[in-house]
Each structure stands twice: as C-alpha cells, then as structure tokens.
Design a protein around this ligand. Structure first.
Ligand SMILES: Cc1cc2nc3c(=O)[nH]c(=O)nc-3n(C[C@H](O)[C@H](O)[C@H](O)COP(=O)(O)OP(=O)(O)OC[C@H]3O[C@@H](n4cnc5c(N)ncnc54)[C@H](O)[C@@H]3O)c2cc1C
Length: 364
C-alpha cells in the first residue's frame, strides 16, 4: 500500500511542478505587457501585448476592414508595417502579392503584438465609425435577393463616397458559432444621409445571409461600421462600361444615383447578367435612370432565356464582346463574384482598356 501512496504522491507532485512551470513560463515568455501601436505617425494607441493587431485596433474602435473575424480567410485586413512585426506567416502568403510582401503589407489579423509596432493605413480609415440602425424595411427583389433599408440611430447621419461598402455585424445566433462581420455595398441614393440600403443575396449555408434572411425582422436593431473601399467613379469624362451580376447591382445603383444627382453626362453602358428573367430586378428604376441620364443605357442579359425574352442572351461577357470590338479610351466598373470579375477583366483588357482603368469590387 505504502509504495502505491508514494507513487501517487510523486506523480501528483511532478504534475503540479510541471503545471506551475508552464504557468510561470507563460507569464515570463508570453506576457508582453503594454505595447504602443503608432498609426501613420499621427495616432498612438497603448494596448495589451499578446493579442492580434486587428483585435487590438477593433477594441480601440479603430476599424480595419475584415470579413472573416481574424481567421485569415478573407484577406481584407491589410496594413503596411513600418516596423515591429517580424516576417509574414504562411497563413498570410496566399493573400499577399510579391510586391505587397516587398512593401511590408501584412494581414493585421495574423500579427501578434509582442512589442511596439508602427503601421500605415489609408487615411480614409481614420473616419470609420460604428453605427447602430433599425431595419426599417426588408423587401424581395428576386427569389434570393432582398433589399434591406437601415435607418440610422447613432450617429444619425452617414457620409460616404458612392461605391463604398459597410461591414454588417452578425451576432451569435442558433446556427452560428460566434460573432462575425460581412461586407455589403451601399446601394441607396447618396443624397440620403439618415439611412442606407443594402442589396443582399442569400448564400445557402452562409452565416450572415442566413441571419439576414431567417432571423432579422423589420424593427430590429443592427450594428455596422464603415464606410470602406476605394471603388468610386473617376473624376473624368471618359465613357464607362459597368458590368455586374446578382447583388453586384448594389454599388452600381449607388453610382447611378450619384450620376443623376450631379447631372453627369458621361456615356455609360451597364450590362447586368442573370440566369433567367427571374434574376433581373430594378428594371423600372433602370428605365428611370435612362430617362434622366441622356447617355446611359441599361442592357439586361440572361443566359437561360424563357419564351418571350427579346433581350440579350448568353453570358454577360458574351453580350459585351458581341457589342464591342474596341473599348480603347473607356473605363470599366465591375461588381460581383471573383469569377465574373476575372472574366470581365480579360475581355475588357483584350478590347483595349488598360488594367489601371478597370475598377472593381470582388464579392469574395
Ligand atoms: C467589398 C465587398 C462588398 C460586398 N458587397 C456585397 C453586397 O452588396 N451584396 C451581397 O449580397 N454580398 C456582398 N458581398 C459578399 C458578402 O460580404 C458575403 O461574403 C456574402 O453575403 C456571404 O456571406 P455569408 O456570411 O452568408 O456566407 P459565408 O458564411 O461566408 O459562406 C460563404 C460560402 O461558404 C460556404 N461555407 C461556409 N462555411 C462553410 C464550412 N464550414 N464548410 C464549407 N463551406 C462553408 C457557405 O455555404 C457559402 O457557400 C461583398 C463582399 C465584399 C468583399
């Protein structure tokens, strides 16, 4: 009996020593104390070390775009590191081009703060705010796309550049594991400052869209931050070709409202693609834009037309190539899935639009 008691005691003692050692080494090696984050040489935050740069910035209400909640799957939370962050991790590499790595661009969700760090971000991110709003209206645009109208509570007004997007906060709910944010382009008339509208397509199994379509109700309060993004009309008179599919309509609609508000006379042809007529929406509104903008033309395209359809058929890219051999001197504006964006960039560059004049938001 005595040897058994001694061995139990010995094992417990060794385990206690190991656990204690681990706890001490955790404190000694992993507690980084307070660290400073210097932003654009004009703002300094003091934060607890050991957390990620993205978490630290978000906790200080300093918002960097991020859609995946820090899992290194969206690649949106890029910042330029001046010093203090070591080498990029393998998790970051799929999202960084060779030029970006050379330029010290990093994913802020993958940088652990171990010491003072100095970063550079686009100036517009200093104006990002967190908003609360009430869902004033939800309406079906198609069988899988809804328009959401959010009336602002606080701050009471929002200013943004047409084409920009916000990040909608999704709280934990029965079918999701934790809180997340997702990006949605503002679709409403930018003249309106007290509300924004979003055009959201339901993604089967998607965390945010399931919440929006199944759980969100008119009258509910929501939270978002923004505005983000650099997709906007250039300040030129160059003719423009817009191409979008599905909810890619959202920022295009906002740009068209802006063109009406500013009496913009630029030539603009907008190709909008869907599988069938059931995927088309805002057709009356597009007619209205055509009547208000003398040089605007809307071209709906369906790949699987039903009897009676007299418009363009095929893929939206095929409709563009049928109509245009040469687009030299034009600008391209694209919005939709990464597949659509890549296919459009290919045909537009082949027809003479340099890549730097093709602007897009990829709904990745
Ligand atoms: C700048 C920008 C602007 C955008 N604007 C708009 C807009 O105006 N309108 C709009 O509708 N969308 C927009 N998006 C896309 C939007 O942000 C979301 O990506 C989209 O709504 C899907 O979000 P979700 O949370 O519902 O789907 P997610 O949960 O992100 O899922 C996406 C896909 O992954 C699959 N998936 C999820 N989890 C798993 C898993 N564990 N295993 C396997 N598969 C899985 C889902 O089934 C689904 O097919 C924009 C994106 C960006 C980057």
């Amino acid at each position: 009996m005595a040897p058994l008691i001694i061995s139990v005691f010995a094992v417990s003692f060794i385990s206690a020593v190991l656990a204690g050692g681990l706890a001490v080494s955790k404190v000694v090696f992993f507690s980084y104390g307070l660290c400073k984050i210097k932003i654009n040489d004009k703002k300094e935050l003091t934060v607890q070390g050991g957390q990620t740069l993205l978490s630290a910035l978000t906790a200080e209400k300093f918002f960097i775009p991020s859609a995946c909640g820090g899992k290194a799957t969206c690649g949106l939370c890029k910042v330029k590191v001046i010093n203090g962050a070591g080498e990029p991790l393998p998790t970051e590499e799929p999202f960084l081009s060779k030029e970006e790595i050379k330029d010290n661009i990093r994913l802020s969700c993958q940088i652990k703060i171990r010491n003072d760090i100095s970063i550079q971000i686009p100036e517009y991110l200093f104006n990002i705010k967190e908003y609360t709003a009430r869902v004033a209206d939800m309406r079906d645009l198609t069988y899988d796309i809804k328009q959401f109208r959010l009336e602002l509570i606080s701050p009471a007004e929002i200013a943004y550049t047409p084409g920009q997007y916000i990040q909608l906060y999704v709280p934990p709910y029965p079918e999701s594991e934790g809180e997340i944010y997702r990006a949605y382009s503002i679709s409403s008339d930018p003249a309106e400052k007290k509300a924004i509208e979003l055009v959201i397509r339901f993604v089967p199994g998607g965390i945010c869209t399931t919440w929006c379509f199944k759980y969100l109700r008119p009258g509910d309060e929501v939270k978002f931050n923004g505005p983000y993004g650099e997709f906007h009309l250039s300040n030129t008179d160059t003719p423009m070709i817009f191409i979008a599919g599905g909810s890619g309509m959202a920022p295009m609609k906002c740009l068209l409202h802006q063109m009406v508000n500013t009496n913009n006379q630029r030539k603009c042809v907008y190709f909008f693609g869907g599988n069938t007529e059931k995927d088309l929406f805002y057709l009356e509104l597009m007619k209205d834009f055509e009547s208000r903008l003398p040089n605007f033309k809307f071209v709906p395209v369906v790949s699987g037309p039903q009897a009676g359809w007299s418009g363009q058929t095929g893929l939206v890219t095929e409709a563009v190539t049928r109509q245009f051999n040469d687009l030299k001197g034009w600008e391209g504006y694209l919005c939709g899935s990464p597949g659509l964006i890549n296919a459009c960039i290919k045909i537009l560059t082949e027809r003479g639009i340099p890549k730097e004049y093709i602007y897009y938001d990829s709904f990745a």
